[in-house]
Every structure is written in structure tokens, then in C-alpha cells.
Design a protein around this ligand. Structure first.
Ligand SMILES: C[S@@+](CC[C@H](N)C(=O)[O-])C[C@H]1O[C@@H](n2cnc3c(N)ncnc32)[C@H](O)[C@@H]1O
Length: 271
């Protein structure tokens, strides 16, 4: 029978953050994510789902270590969740010291994944009032977690996440070697999601697959033969009323969308 409770629960316990990363959706133009902490009574109402959950992840866009009730949330969740389940979150590690590392593991946290830009890079342009997000912050956080893990004798898992870009990809082999020496349990690498034009130069690949590029070229040739240009089609798409030639461009744009849907081609037009 299908369970009525989720197996994996993601709770964004805060949207506040102590960094302002240029690649982050929170700081993209037009973004309006309010800065809030999840109140404890909201968390308490969610506890009913925890006994059936296999994993609980306590972050979204914000920095979980900023939440004043983080340790209490972990303790409450651990008391409701079954054995061999996992509680974890992702952090930039700035606020992590030996004392907090010890308290997190004691409260019942099973894994913490630290965001890292590379061995030298601060490529994501993550600034905080206290300085930039450097590798030394992550190295200190890993060492605090290792010490707490050894002291408590726990099976706690330390992870790293690196968003790969043109500027930091060459640092990945060195990071893997370092992580292995430090006893890091896992590394997640992801690609950059483009929330802003200002990060386009960091992207490792064209977000449009070859089929999408070919489709666009085919329709752009049609537009060209009519003396038109498809380059502005997204701007035109957002316009309330256009000229006759603009509506021809929009017809061609609908054609691209229709064909892409039929052929299951993913389009990633940027406005
Ligand atoms: C948004 S942060 C939130 C959790 C926590 N504050 C942290 O720093 O890990 C979660 C992860 O998303 C990554 N991230 C931020 N912007 C991204 C983007 N545009 N594309 C892909 N990953 C991104 C960050 O590098 C980080 O590893």
C-alpha cells in the first residue's frame, strides 16, 4: 500500500544567509525571497510525519546554522525518527566551530555537507560581512567535525558539495585528494543553474542541448529569409502587443516550442 507520509522531507528552516553569492537565486535580479526563520510551532506541527520518514534535510536556500532553534529541531526530529534514518543539512561552514560540531552530532545529526568553491577559488563571489568564503573556512569546519566525530565515536558522515564552473573545475582533482586525506565521506558535484546573466561566463556548458540549438537555427533561418531575427523572441513574447513583423517572429517562436515538445527537446531560452 502507498504510504501517506513522505520518505524524504526537505525543510527550509531559514531563508536567511550570512553570504551573498552572485550565483544564488536569492540574489538574482527580480528575486523576492523574504528573510524568515521557521517558527518552532510550525516545526512541531510537522513532527507527525517524521516517524515514517527515511531522511530529513534541514535546508533550502538559507544557512541552517543561523537558526536559533537548530539544535532543538535536530533533537526533536531524532526522537521521532526511526533507527537507520538520516538527518542532515548543507552549510557554508562559517559558523561551525568545535563546540557546535560536537553539539550537532550529540543532538542526532547524521550528516553535514559543506559547500566548497575549490582549493583556492572563491569563484562564486560569496561575500560575507566578515570576509569571503574561503577554503580555510571549509577546512576548519571539516577538522571540527572530525574531532567531534572521534570524541563521540559516531558514524557521522562529512560531505562536500562543489558547484563546478569554468573557473574552478581544474581544482576538483586536488579537492578530491584533500578530501580523501581528511576522511571526508562523500563529494557531490553539481552544475551551475543560471539565475542571472552575470554568471553566464562561469557556466561549463550550453544549457541548450544540441537538438535545441539546431531547432533554433532552423527557425532563425526562416526568420532571416523574411528579413527578421529570432534573437529578440523572448522579449517579444513578454510584450503585450507587437507589430506585424513581431507577430511573425512570435509565430515562429511558437513553432519552435511545438516542435521541441513533440521531439522532447529541452529549451533554455534566456530573456
Ligand atoms: C544555496 S546553498 C544553501 C545551503 C547553505 N547555506 C550552503 O551554503 O550550503 C546550497 C547549495 O546550493 C549551491 N548553489 C547556489 N547557487 C547555485 C546555482 N546557481 N546553481 C547550482 N548550485 C547553486 C551552493 O553552492 C550550495 O552548495
Amino acid at each position: 500500500m502507498k504510504s501517506t507520509h513522505p520518505k524524504k522531507i526537505y525543510l527550509e528552516i531559514t531563508t536567511r544567509c550570512n553570504l551573498q553569492c552572485r550565483m544564488c537565486v536569492k540574489y538574482a535580479a527580480g528575486s523576492c525571497i523574504p528573510e524568515r526563520d521557521m517558527p518552532i510551532d510550525v516545526f512541531n506541527q510537522l513532527l507527525v510525519s517524521f516517524p515514517k520518514a527515511e531522511s530529513l534535510i534541514l535546508n533550502g536556500i538559507g544557512e541552517p546554522l543561523l537558526h536559533p532553534h537548530l539544535f532543538e529541531f535536530i533533537r526533536l526530529a531524532r526522537s521521532r525518527m526511526a533507527e537507520n534514518t538520516s538527518i542532515g543539512f548543507q552549510s557554508n561552514g562559517i559558523l561551525l566551530d568545535e563546540h557546535k560540531a560536537f553539539n550537532l552530532i550529540e543532538a542526532g545529526l547524521d550528516t553535514l555537507c559543506l559547500s566548497v568553491d575549490g582549493l583556492q577559488s572563491t569563484v562564486a563571489d560569496c561575500d560575507s560581512p566578515g570576509g569571503e568564503h574561503s577554503f580555510s573556512i571549509v577546512a576548519k569546519a571539516v577538522s571540527s567535525l572530525n574531532l567531534a566525530k572521534r570524541t563521540i565515536g559516531s558514524n557521522f558522515k562529512i560531505g562536500l558539495e562543489m558547484v563546478l564552473t569554468r573557473e574552478n573545475i581544474h581544482e576538483l582533482p586536488g579537492l578530491v585528494a584533500w578530501a580523501s586525506d581528511e576522511g571526508v565521506d562523500y563529494i557531490i558535484t553539481t552544475h551551475l543553474i543560471l539565475y542571472s546573466k552575470t554568471t553566464e561566463d562561469l557556466n561549463l556548458f550550453n544549457p541548450n542541448p544540441l537538438g535545441a540549438v539546431q531547432l533554433f537555427q532552423k527557425y532563425n533561418q526562416k526568420a532571416f529569409s523574411l528579413g527578421l531575427n529570432m534573437g529578440d523572441c523572448i522579449t517579444l513574447y513578454r510584450k503585450y502587443a507587437g507589430t506585424r513583423s513581431e507577430s511573425v517572429v512570435l509565430d515562429l517562436f511558437s513553432g519552435i516550442q511545438k516542435e521541441a515538445k513533440e521531439e522532447d527537446i529541452r529549451l533554455n531560452f534566456q530573456g
